[in-house]
Design a protein. Structure first.
Length: 335
């Protein structure tokens, strides 16, 4: 009995030691992936020194000798903090989620590849003015500088989430940022779901006039009152329900009722107690972890701007300068 007890103790001790080593190793790898905000990094393709100062809310304030260097710094900061988010969004718009997540995202990839948004993004670069293209190229160089630092200094995988998925990370391109803009437009539209619902309903109704009663055109003449929907087509099988295209949280295709939206309003000087104009912008997108937004300040040659960016896109979409404030809303155009 004593021999058995000793062996059980040895086995239990070995398992505890292995567990401690495993947890310690996982913590070390994850911590290596976290950025060091006090670090000084030598990077290529900069005109002069760029300084990224983070306040007590961890918002980066980026200073550089010219606008291209500032956008370079924004790309570096985005890749420091949101690399997993950026890579996942890029995989989504390219239709390559299944390389990481397996068969559960095949339907999403198939439809995104049919839309071919990434090819359109590459073509869109040709229509951009030189100043915009220079900002996109500088931003991409900043993202890639962080990727090079991760590889040369063995900083884990660049983000703790990347340790769970062994997939290579390609360099960032200017077209990737344009593609994310197109992806956001797709995420903010519920028209795919709404039009499929309308098509199914039109096939189910024997009288096409009933379709405009149940799903009136917008804009249209409007209807003052309607009877119960079930009375419009008695005996109709209840199979025209609005079923989301794909329930996966990775899907950019939302049902019309749950598609992202936004609100904005402004007030003139004479309507504010401070004597200044006011703008309120509520881009109420869905909750995600991390959130889609990333606050940043860019000190450009024309002056400083601060506000909400989206990692992967070098634009302050909703924010302010010393002279202007702006917001963004979705139009629900028929796209």
């Amino acid at each position: 009995m004593a021999v058995v007890f000793r062996w059980l103790m040895r086995i239990a001790t070995l398992l505890v030691v292995l567990a401690v080593i495993g947890v310690g190793g996982a913590y070390w790898l994850a911590s290596r992936s976290l950025p060091d905000y006090d670090d000084t990094v030598r990077v290529p393709n900069l005109g002069a020194e760029v300084e990224i100062v983070r306040d007590n809310a961890n918002v980066p304030h980026i200073f550089g000798g010219n606008d291209q260097d500032v956008f370079y710094g924004l790309g570096f900061a985005h890749a420091q903090d949101r690399l997993w988010q950026m890579i996942t969004m890029r995989r989504t718009v390219q239709g390559r989620l299944s390389e990481v997540f397996g068969t559960t995202t095949v339907r999403i990839d198939r439809l995104l590849r049919r839309f071919d948004l990434y090819t359109l993004s590459v073509q869109s670069l040709q229509a951009l003015d030189p100043k915009t293209r220079a900002a996109l190229d500088a931003y991409a160089a900043g993202v890639n500088a962080r990727l090079d630092q991760i590889n040369t200094e063995a900083l884990g995988r660049g983000a703790p989430e990347m340790l769970l998925f062994d997939a290579p990370v390609a360099p960032w391109r200017a077209a990737d940022s344009v593609a994310l803009v197109k992806l956001m437009a797709l995420q903010l539209s519920g028209h795919l779901d709404a039009e499929v619902k309308r098509a199914r309903t039109s096939l189910a109704l024997p009288d096409q006039k009933r379709l405009s009663d149940i799903l009136p055109d917008a804009p249209g003449s409007g209807i003052a009152a309607l009877p119960e929907y079930a009375q419009l087509a008695p005996g109709l099988p209840q199979f025209a329900a609005n079923i989301p295209l794909d329930p996966s949280p990775l899907s950019p295709f939302k049902s019309f009722d749950l598609a992202g939206a936004s609100n904005a309003w402004a007030a003139a000087r004479d309507r504010s107690a401070s004597g200044g104009t006011l703008i309120a912008n509520d881009p109420h997108l869905g909750f995600t972890a991390p959130t889609i937004w990333y606050l940043a300040r860019l000190e450009l040659q024309s002056g400083g701007v601060i506000g909400g960016t989206i990692p992967g896109i070098p634009v302050v979409l909703t924010g302010r300068s010393s002279a202007l404030g702006w917001g963004i809303t979705s139009s629900y155009a028929d796209d």
